[in-house]
Structures are given as structure tokens and as C-alpha cells.
Design a protein around this ligand. Structure first.
Ligand code: ADP
Ligand code: MG
Length: 280
């Protein structure tokens, strides 16, 4: 089974009818998301004309302060959150040009790992029954690995299969969330501050796991973070976000070692993770 996951034969390869490998996994053009304040009626642009392109197997970071619009962007870009304007292509398909059924199929190619792992898991389900439910929804797609093998992939003991979320540590629960995402063999993994809710002692391990998952499956990744150490561990390219706009984009090394934008410089100085250091 490990063979399937080796580099060069991504788990996503060849799946999904009509999805060639060279098409960007995600292409966002002029994305706008507005929120209307119910009491004042005032309109607030949480995302203001963002363009973004993530190629197959690429790992992109969206970095910015809290409130800059990162989560809103990620949800809208993957068709899971509201959008007020702009175009989104997921695996070469415009979200405006496809029907619900196709959209449902495409969404399966995108899996999201959230900040709060306990909040993402159903508290009434053991790990095993949660996985069983996922498998029931997508039999063919999920048949590539058994539960014990899957947990092994995220370095958890199969003993945890019968535990409920409250019996898992934050790090274990996040590994379960990553396993659940992995099970679906996505073409894009969106990770929204995946380590911010975890004890510092396990953050590095979970990041290492995400990097490994990314390398072994060939899935593209959209990593959202306010923490440079996170970006450094996992991403190739970075998009710096401020007040709903992307103010600077480029390879991580360039953006973080010679930022062109003043705001990027300020952000770097203020960010956890401190100055950019090249990946080992
Ligand atoms: N449903 C909503 N209604 C109104 N304002 C919202 C809503 N969701 C987010 N916002 C606002 O949009 C801005 C961006 O939020 P968010 O995308 O969560 O930022 P980030 O993830 O970068 O911290 C924030 O100012 C937030 O208060
Ligand atoms: Mg957020």
C-alpha cells in the first residue's frame, strides 16, 4: 500500500474523470466576499479582489494578521463559504458553470483541516465509527487503505480507533482530522491554522506530519497561518494578506528574505517564528 503513496505517483493521480494533472488545483480571480452588518446595514469587505493560483502539488501559504480575511478567503475559494464576486476554478471547472452534482464531486477533491480539532470531530462518534461513516459516503475512493493502516500513516496507534474525541489529546485529535482528510485522497488540502490550537510541544510534530502527507500524496496544500514557523515548514509560495487584499505574493524565500512590501516587513517583525530561516 505504501507504494501507492510514494512520490511521483500521487494518490490523486488519474482519479476523477476530466481532471487533467496540469490544470491548477485552484484558480481564484478577483474574489470578493462582503459581510453586511445586520444592525447598521454597513457592508464590510472581508476579501477584496484576491487573485490566487495553486498548481498541482504546490503548497501555498496565506499569511496575515488575525482578521485580515484568511479564513473567509479559504472558505469562499473552495466553494464552502459565501462569495460576493469574482471567479473560482476548482480543478479547471468554473464554480459558476457547473451543476450541484459536479460541485459535490469536486468538493471531495478538497479536504479541510481546521484549527480546533475537537470542534471538527463529532463528539458522539468513536474514531472508528467516524471513519466508517466517511467510507460509507465514498466507498471506492476510501478503499485504498484500512483503518489501522490509515492511523499508522498519521503515526497513531490503532488502539485509538475505539476512543471518542474527548479521550484524545489535541495533537491526537488533529492527527485524526488529518487522517480523515487523507482517507479521501484529496487533490487539495486546506489547513486553516492547523497547529495554533495545539500545545507548543506537539505543534512541530503535526507540521512535520502535514509536510510528509503533502510530499507522499502529491496533494496541493493551502496553508493558512499567522505563524512563520508553520509556513516555513510546509510551503513553497506565500501570499501576504492585509485588510482583505493580497499585498505581496511569491516564493517563500523571496517574500520572507527580501519583502517588497512595507506591510510584509512589519508582519515579519511581529510574527511568531521571527526572522525567516531557510528550511533545513
Ligand atoms: N460571518 C461574518 N459576518 C461579519 N463579519 C465577518 C464574518 N466572518 C468574518 N467576518 C469579519 O471578516 C474579517 C476577516 O475574518 P477572517 O476571515 O476570519 O480573518 P482571519 O482568518 O484572517 O483571522 C474580520 O474582520 C471578521 O470580523
Ligand atoms: Mg482565521
Amino acid at each position: 500500500m505504501a507504494e501507492m503513496l510514494k512520490r511521483g505517483s500521487p494518490a490523486g493521480a488519474g482519479r476523477g474523470p476530466g481532471i487533467p494533472e496540469d490544470v491548477p488545483v485552484l484558480a481564484v480571480d478577483g474574489l470578493v466576499v462582503e459581510h453586511r452588518n445586520r444592525t447598521t446595514g454597513e457592508v464590510f469587505r472581508a476579501v477584496d479582489g484576491v487573485c490566487l493560483r495553486i498548481g498541482a502539488g504546490e503548497s501555498a501559504a496565506v499569511v496575515g494578521e488575525s482578521g485580515s480575511g484568511k479564513t473567509t478567503l479559504a472558505m469562499a475559494a473552495t466553494g464552502l463559504g459565501p462569495r460576493s464576486g469574482g471567479e473560482i476554478e476548482l480543478l479547471g471547472h468554473s464554480l459558476d458553470a457547473i451543476g450541484r452534482r459536479r460541485l459535490r464531486e469536486l468538493r471531495r477533491e478538497v479536504q479541510i483541516v481546521f484549527q480546533d480539532p475537537h470542534g471538527s470531530l463529532d463528539s458522539r462518534q468513536s474514531v472508528r465509527s467516524g471513519l466508517r461513516e466517511l467510507r460509507g459516503l465514498q466507498r471506492e475512493r476510501t478503499a485504498w487503505i484500512d483503518d489501522a493502516g490509515l492511523l499508522e500513516r498519521v503515526r497513531l496507534s490503532p488502539d485509538l480507533l475505539d476512543r471518542y474525541p474527548h479521550q484524545l489529546s489535541g495533537g491526537q485529535a488533529q492527527r485524526v482530522c488529518i487522517a480523515r482528510a487523507l482517507l479521501m485522497r484529496p487533490r487539495l488540502i486546506v489547513a486553516d491554522e492547523p497547529t495554533s490550537g495545539l500545545d507548543v510541544s506537539v505543534q512541530a510534530d503535526v507540521l512535520e506530519l502535514l509536510r510528509e502527507v503533502r510530499e507522499s500524496t502529491g496533494a496541493a496544500m493551502l496553508m493558512i497561518s499567522h505563524d512563520l514557523a508553520v509556513v516555513r515548514a510546509v510551503c513553497d509560495t506565500a501570499h501576504v494578506m492585509r485588510h482583505g487584499r493580497v499585498v505581496e505574493s511569491g516564493p517563500c524565500e523571496t517574500v520572507f528574505t527580501s519583502p517588497a512590501d512595507d506591510y510584509t516587513r512589519e508582519l515579519l517583525a511581529a510574527m511568531p517564528g521571527g526572522r525567516w530561516r531557510a528550511r533545513r
